[in-house]
Design a protein. Structure first.
Length: 434
């Protein structure tokens, strides 16, 4: 059968095989809960000093994700985070908006030995122990620098963000709180509209500007103030905002990988969620914060499109087909989740949880560990999942070996009687331990 482009055909196919995708959603949800159970399981930012306030930490996190393209993510958060956190800290101290460009430019240095990546971000501090231990290429005697792969656009995305946030007390948290207030009556699209507001903050380009170039940086060609005024006009005009949002929903909402990842961390990550709650309580009531962090809101999170969840081996395993347009797997999950072909809408599962493929695919699919895969176990196919029982030992004094083998996540075993994955597997078939 040829690759399927029509989502309804895939949904009909899934319906014909007894909605196994519902159970796959639940398996993925299990791994997702393991992921967020311990700070060891996800990236943390290496701040340049202790004592930064919570909003400064959140803004550093947001700016780091701007640069998270084709650079190893640990390097972005360990080295980029070190540099950006100093920039963000000094930004908060500015009293004059005109100083934003001067401040950012003071962190920019031209690398005359590199004709491809011409500029780098440079802070005033030498590396801390974290950088020296993990990155032997970094000199202990020089101040830390970081290069992003797409610096012309990254530079302006950072500049746009800082310039517009000056209209919101220099606070990313206040900006999000305002987006919540402006859209809280539309519960069905609340998180999506907050995400769109964040897209406007950082990633929205005026059509005539297009993607910036190194020349734009050198000669400061782009009118940042004009861009800020136009975006503020959209944010402050409900009719115009709604018009732009509807166009955004037509497909662009699925191409916001970095924005979705950052917002997801604010709502789900134990570390960043604590920063977020501590900071946003200055602007929202307890009831409003509870709504913002509720499961109903998490269900609106979209899966950040990524090479891992678009892996053809993974897709063919769960769908018996692969979606030929690699950018549309997250859209397919949303359409399936919103369809009448599943029983997922009242549970704890939602599409964004498939982001665990970032860890799952390299350790399971790429290493051909189909024999111990719980998804393979559900398929009933020969040589798939037949050794899964050997990974589930039910020892509450040890880490869960299923989470370790599948994604490298560390979470203590909670016992087979309490484990949702164990219940799910046994509801499908009896799992025999080896």
């Amino acid at each position: 059968m040829k690759n399927i482009r029509n989502y309804s055909l895939i949904i009909n196919l899934l319906h014909s095989i007894n909605n196994k995708l519902d159970k796959i959603f639940e398996i993925v949800s299990f791994y997702d809960k393991c992921r967020w159970s311990d700070t060891k399981n996800y990236n943390m930012i290496n701040f340049y000093k202790a004592g930064l306030d919570d909003d400064t930490k959140l803004l550093t996190h947001w700016l780091c994700y701007i640069m998270n393209r084709q650079v190893e993510f640990r390097r972005v958060f360990d080295i980029g985070g070190f540099v950006i956190s100093e920039l963000t800290d000094k930004y908060k101290l500015l009293s004059n908006k005109d100083g934003i460009g001067e401040l950012l430019n003071s962190f920019i240095q031209e690398d005359k030995n590199d004709s491809k990546d011409k500029y780098m971000l440079v802070c005033t501090e030498k590396p801390n122990k974290k950088i020296l231990n993990d990155y032997p290429d970094i000199s202990k005697d020089k101040v830390v620098n970081f290069k992003s792969r797409f610096f012309p656009s990254d530079y302006y995305n950072i500049r746009y963000t800082l310039d517009l946030l000056d209209e919101y007390e220099k606070s990313l948290t206040y900006f999000i709180a305002q987006a919540y207030r402006n859209n809280k009556n539309d519960k069905e699209h609340l998180i999506q509209k907050i995400l769109f507001s964040l897209h406007l903050l950082t990633y929205y380009y005026l059509e005539k500007n297009g993607q910036p170039s190194y020349e734009d940086i050198k000669e400061q060609k782009i009118d940042v103030n004009k861009r800020t005024k136009e975006v503020k006009k959209i944010l402050d005009n409900p009719v115009l905002f709604e018009k732009k949002f509807k166009k955004f929903l037509e497909g662009n909402i699925y191409r916001q990988k970095r924005a979705w990842c950052s917002l997801r961390d604010f709502l789900k990550s134990p570390e960043y969620n604590d920063y977020f709650k501590n900071s946003i309580k200055n602007y929202l009531s307890e009831n409003e914060i509870s709504e913002l962090l509720s499961i109903e809101m998490l269900r609106q999170l979209e899966l950040p499109g990524d090479v891992w969840n678009n892996n053809p081996k993974f897709q063919k395993c769960i769908l018996k087909e692969k979606i030929s347009d690699k950018s549309k797997f997250n859209q397919f999950l949303r359409e399936y989740y919103n369809s009448d072909e599943n029983n997922l809408k009242t549970g704890q599962t939602y599409p964004e949880q498939f982001d665990i493929t970032f860890d799952f695919v390299p350790k399971m699919c790429d290493l051909n560990n189909c024999d111990i895969c719980p998804i393979g176990f559900l398929s009933g196919e020969k040589d798939k999942g037949n050794n899964f029982g050997k990974t589930c030992v039910g020892n509450t004094t040890k880490y869960c070996p299923v989470a370790l083998a599948g994604c490298g996540y560390k979470m203590m075993c909670i016992g087979q009687e309490e484990c949702e994955l164990h219940k799910l597997i046994n509801s499908n078939s009896h799992c025999q331990n080896g």
